[in-house]
Design a protein around this ligand. Structure first.
Ligand code: AFP
Length: 330
């Protein structure tokens, strides 16, 4: 059995200019994930005991609670100059001397799909790590966070499901670790994860069908048609928790889509906290991440909370979706 700590120390030489900083940083994320995992597992119990009021409040609290816990774990490390979070309006700069010398900034969705906690369905934490571009020794700036996804040095997620798993990449493949709660350690369970060559699942909120662009509607119909050679009709699977949907599609082969809709013309998902890290992981696993017209990782962000349409998964499936979109302009 190899633990996450052992694995990242072993792989440290793969990082350019390895100094151990990134290793320490992943350790901080691991600690935050363990705390969030423990607290999610207690959520229903707290509710029964009435410690935090109504169900709605428990779920709301957990969102913010996860943000605070992860932020504290990262702040405690000198390697991080600041964070941006889906739960915070503005960037949070860590202003102590040690943090100002930190080389990295982190963007995160601390509890993605939080509404699912209330009904005992899988949720996740997503993170994305960049080397800052402002001078080390000074406070980080917003520019450090508004870098295109192709500059990520690491990204990953934690999926809190029937077991808890941490999945990450530093640009040398995707590795997954399953949490053993009795030992309190993440153990290597999937090294160099790759998508299956052909996918058979599509994940999209079909309740929004009427509001989708014509190309997406046509692609969904294509997914539902019968054709043995391409293993269609595909299975439809949608949890409503990006991490869970992405994770299943990664292991089983599929495409996740959150297109633009009449209600969300730019899509619903956040480019920096959701699309970029998942697109980086996808590419590292042999898949693709697109906004429907091109590579997600090449978009230069203009705003922290910017949204983007998102198509991610097995290469040939994302290619098909892009083709249908290009052939059916609005
Ligand atoms: P929340 O974090 O606000 O619950 O949103 C979750 C999410 O961003 C992503 O994890 C899901 O894939 C997507 O939204 C689900 O959105 P719909 O409910 O509109 O399908």
């Amino acid at each position: 059995m190899k633990t996450l700590d052992e694995f990242i120390v072993e792989k440290q030489q793969e990082f350019s200019q390895a100094t151990g900083d990134l290793t320490a940083l992943l350790s901080a994320i691991k600690l935050g994930a363990k705390i969030i995992n423990r607290d999610i597992n207690k959520a229903g119990l707290l509710d029964i005991l009435g410690e935090t009021g109504s169900r709605g409040e428990v779920q709301m609290n957990l969102d913010l609670h996860a943000n605070e816990k992860l932020k504290a774990a990262l702040k405690a490390r000198g390697e991080v100059a600041g964070i941006a979070s889906e739960e915070e309006e503005k960037i949070v700069i860590f202003n102590n001397e040690r943090s100002q010398n930190g080389k990295y900034v982190i963007l995160m969705a601390p509890l993605d799909g939080a509404e699912n906690v209330e009904v005992n369905v899988t949720v996740g934490t997503i993170f994305s790590i960049y080397r800052r571009i402002s001078p080390v020794g000074q406070p980080a700036t917003e520019e450090d966070f508004l870098q295109p996804g192709n500059r990520q040095v690491a990204a990953g997620y934690v999926v809190y499901g029937s077991s808890t798993m941490l999945v990450y990449t530093t640009g040398y493949g995707v590795h997954a670790f399953t949490y053993d709660p009795s030992l309190g350690v993440f153990c290597l369970s999937h090294e160099k994860v790759r998508y299956p060559e052909k996918g058979t699942m599509y994940s999209v909120n079909q309740g929004n069908y009427i509001k989708f662009p014509a190309g997406v509607k046509k692609y969904i119909k294509y997914c539902q048609e019968q054709d043995e050679a391409t293993l269609r009709p595909y299975h439809s699977r949608y949890i409503g928790s990006l991490v869970a949907d992405f994770h299943r599609n990664l292991l089983k082969g599929g495409i996740f889509m959150y297109p633009s809709t009449a209600s969300f013309p730019q899509g619903k998902l956040r480019l920096l906290y959701e699309c970029n890290p998942m697109a980086f992981l996808s590419e590292q696993a042999g898949g693709k991440g697109s906004d429907g017209t091109g590579r997600i990782l090449d978009i230069t962000p203009e705003q922290l909370h910017q949204r983007s349409p998102f198509f991610v998964g097995v290469c040939s499936m994302v290619d098909d979706a892009e083709r249908f979109i290009a052939q059916n302009p609005e």
